[in-house]
Design a protein around this ligand. Structure first.
Ligand SMILES: CC(C)(COP(=O)(O)OP(=O)(O)OC[C@H]1O[C@@H](n2cnc3c(N)ncnc32)[C@H](O)[C@@H]1OP(=O)(O)O)[C@@H](O)C(=O)NCCC(=O)NCCS
Length: 181
């Protein structure tokens, strides 16, 4: 049997440098973008998809810790409608979904270390985030993925439905929403 993990609020590890390094490692290993022009580009990429959540909305972030206390996954997000939130003003693609974000304002980003996948940990992280968002009164949560992505089945199995989609360049973004309450 694989050893269990525990889901903890991010603030329980926020001052632990090794935990932040482990979260960063999961983020970069899970990301499709692997090559960066320079260190500044790499840092900007991290800030856009991970850092701003940990810094500005840490209460909406959770980590999965293995038995040694090592972070093997995380979910981070925010509760405010991102199409209206100045924190995301640099992401014009969010306006493509401004007609549906009022019903599903809480956004999430989730990643697991490869060895931690397929064990139900992703579902546990989703439930931690959903409970947190529901307790704060959010009517729904959402994630944005792309057409054909492997994770679409994970979201379907975790209670999300496709609410909208939009073309951006040669990609099709898929807005996945789950009602709360
Ligand atoms: C997507 C991800 C977070 C899922 O977490 P996980 O812990 O592996 O998923 P779980 O074990 O909790 O699975 C929950 C359900 O989703 C299904 N599922 C999970 N990953 C799947 C996949 N890649 N393809 C198809 N189904 C999947 C499981 O079969 C399970 O369904 P079931 O309960 O009906 O059997 C994780 O695999 C991951 O980090 N992947 C790479 C990065 C990524 O895609 N992040 C999301 C970016 S939008």
């Amino acid at each position: 049997m694989t050893p269990p993990v525990t889901i903890r609020p991010f603030h329980s590890v926020a001052s632990d440098r090794s935990a932040i390094a482990a979260i960063d490692a999961v983020f970069f290993a899970s990301s499709n973008t692997k090559v960066f022009a320079d260190e500044a580009a790499r840092a900007a990429f991290r800030e856009r998809w991970l850092g701003r959540y940990l810094q500005h909305v840490p209460a909406s972030c959770f980590v999965a810790l293995d038995q040694a206390g090592r972070a093997v996954g995380y979910i981070c997000g925010s509760l405010q409608d991102p199409a209206l939130d100045p924190l995301f003003a640099d992401q014009p693609h969010l306006q493509l979904f401004a007609h549906v974000t009022p019903s599903y304002p809480a956004q999430l980003h989730i990643n697991l270390a490869e060895e931690a996948r397929g064990r139900g940990i992703g579902r546990e992280l989703i439930e931690a985030f959903a409970s947190h968002a529901a307790a704060a009164g959010a009517p729904g949560i959402h994630a944005v993925s792309s057409r054909g992505a492997r994770n679409l089945r994970f979201y379907a199995a975790s209670g999300f439905a496709e609410i909208a989609s939009a073309a951006i360049g040669d990609k099709e973004l898929v807005f996945l929403g789950r009602k709360l309450g």
